[in-house]
Design a protein around this ligand. Structure first.
Ligand code: XMP
Length: 533
């Protein structure tokens, strides 16, 4: 497997994707990771790009042990400059960024090891550049293996060690032959290309059984989305009825969601599931709260509180069951205690939490990762934490989950609370649920659902004037969001046909009491995020 050290580039996660697409397992860790602290041995290390200049104060520095780990190293952009910096090369700060398409000239050295990275490529090759600094002098032991008219060291290699550096970004699709470089690097590393979803299932089921042990129960957090359902199905496969799923109705779910999910999971998938209606508790705590981070914290914390209470109940029931089994002399039937909490955390959430952000960057906290589980007595189990969304869908299909469930758009843990921009009340939730269900119903009816990655309505904290019949209204505004994305890290807005939009708008303003205006969100990510909060 490959270790990717992230220096905070917006493209870092794409390196992971490229390796995965080549069926090679890889893991991304922050660039500050010490090699000696790893509990596994990578077969190769890739250093990502970075928004920093190697000259910046506080610029991230790689552990120099990387170069003595005895495995091939590939530095991309800033990664190349880090290699140069560590080997006595010279990096020049440029006042102008080079950004966009470029043609590199591949330079053949005639040496097998040095030419290995560009094997199969020669002459001019189109690549994508995005950098400020560039190398003006290669370190003593390095040879140039590609150049451009403006960058004399577009790629270099150590004469004897397997250390390669490239200035451009092979991980983005704008470098059409970039994937070949990863393929070559993987060959250089001698990685086996055996990472598939089937092997993932086998490996993960084995891992879950090892973690949980022959006795011991797992409690599942079901949100209704694809992730937690797939995770639950996998858990059910691994440990059968020692897995118990609980869905908390937090009062900010989509319309009829709790019932639908209950039917789907228990009927279609045979998973043990209890639905707890805690909507009063959640809505009580959310009253008058507008700050999105506060909303996330409240929902995260209350969720855990409710779970703990539910665990206590299930724990008692489990104890009774154990006592009964023992009294009948059936000790082998004992399933043990609830020890773990399942969560459907995905890789993008993990990346957002671990990737190198530098000292000042703040990001949204995703309530399902980090911090909040500290005081829980349950240990966290996250079988999907290595997967991207499309991989989870593929996994779901392999596990026999019905396609209407596998194809469902993701839904955030804090639910409608982060789609109601003002205070969250039962009335506001009802308005948004109604508008959202009309919107989604029309998207499905128009056959557009599967072309959109995530669509939802948002309730804005403004009032606008309208006219209905002869009466002036002063009502609320709904925004429609529809994002197209492959990885949820970047996104574009979905171009609906105008007739579709007027139909949705008419229906919402006519059918949803309290809404007299509908607007369309046409922002991409970045700079906007997919959610409004
Ligand atoms: P953003 O808004 O960050 O969303 O562009 C990217 C994806 O993450 C989801 N999202 C969340 N999911 N808890 C979650 O479980 C959260 O707090 C949260 N915030 C955003 C969002 O719906 C989208 O799929």
């Amino acid at each position: 497997s490959i270790l990717i050290l992230d220096f905070g580039s917006q493209y870092s996660h794409l390196i992971t994707r490229r390796c995965r697409e080549l069926n090679v397992y890889c893991e991304m860790l922050p660039c500050t990771q010490k090699i000696k602290d790893l509990d596994w041995k990578p077969k190769g290390i890739i250093l990502s790009g970075s928004p920093y200049s190697v000259y910046d104060e506080g610029a991230p520095r790689v552990d120099p042990d990387v170069f003595d780990a005895g495995v091939p190293v590939l530095g991309i952009c800033y990664g190349l400059q880090e290699i140069a910096w560590n080997h006595g090369g010279k990096v020049d700060p440029h006042d102008r960024r080079e950004y966009g398409h470029a043609m590199i000239d591949v330079v053949k050295t005639g040496d097998k090891h040095m030419d290995a990275l560009f094997e199969g490529q020669e002459g001019q090759v189109q690549v994508w550049m995005s950098h400020g600094d560039q190398l003006s002098k290669a370190p003593a032991d390095f040879e140039v293996i590609a150049r451009t008219s403006t960058a004399p060291f577009a790629a270099m290699v150590h004469r004897t060690k397997q250390i390669y550096g490239i200035q451009f970004h092979p991980e983005v699709t704008h470098s059409p032959r970039g994937k070949e470089l990863f393929e070559n690097f993987i060959k250089i590393c001698g990685c086996e290309r055996n990472w598939t979803m089937e092997t993932f299932i086998d490996k993960e089921i084995k891992r879950i059984r090892e973690i949980v042990g022959p006795k011991g129960r797992v409690l599942g957090a079901i949100s209704g989305g694809v992730d937690s359902s797939v995770a639950a199905r996998l858990m059910h496969e691994a440990i059968g009825d020692r897995f118990h799923a609980v869905m908390v109705d937090n009062g900010v779910l989509r319309a009829n969601e709790a019932t639908q999910v209950y039917d789907m999971l228990s009927k279609d998938l045979g998973v043990n599931l209890t639905v707890v209606d805690a909507s009063d508790l959640f809505l009580g705590k959310l009253k008058d709260v507008e700050d999105p981070e506060k909303k996330r914290k409240i929902i995260g914390n209350t969720f855990i509180e409710v779970f703990e209470a539910e665990v206590a109940k299930l724990e008692k029931a489990a104890e009774r069951e154990e006592a009964e089994a023992l009294s009948k002399g059936n000790a082998h039937e004992s399933k043990g205690k609830f020890e773990f909490l399942l969560q459907g955390t995905l890789y993008p959430d993990v990346i957002e939490s671990i990737s190198f952000k530098g000292p000042s960057a703040t990001i949204k906290t995703h309530h399902n990762v980090g911090g909040l589980l500290e005081d829980m007595k349950l240990k966290l189990i996250e079988p999907l934490r290595e997967l991207f969304k499309d991989e989870v869908r593929a996994l779901g299909r392999l596990l026999g989950i019905p396609s209407h469930l596998v194809g469902r758009h993701p839904f955030p843990g804090p639910g409608l609370a982060i789609r109601i921009l003002g205070p969250v009340t039962r009335e506001q939730v009802a308005i948004l649920q109604h508008a959202d269900s009309i919107y989604i119903e029309e998207i499905r009816a128009a056959g557009l659902y599967d072309q959109i990655s995530q669509a939802f309505a948002v309730l804005l904290p403004v009032r606008a004037v309208g006219v209905q019949g002869d009466k002036r209204t002063y009502d609320q505004v709904i925004a429609l969001r529809a994002a197209q994305t492959t990885d949820f890290m970047t996104a574009t807005w979905f171009p609906f046909p105008p007739e579709f939009l007027s139909k949705v708008s008419n229906r919402i303003t006519n059918e949803v009491q309290g809404v007299n205006r509908v607007v369309l969100d046409i922002s991409s990510k970045p700079p906007a995020t997919i959610e409004w909060l």
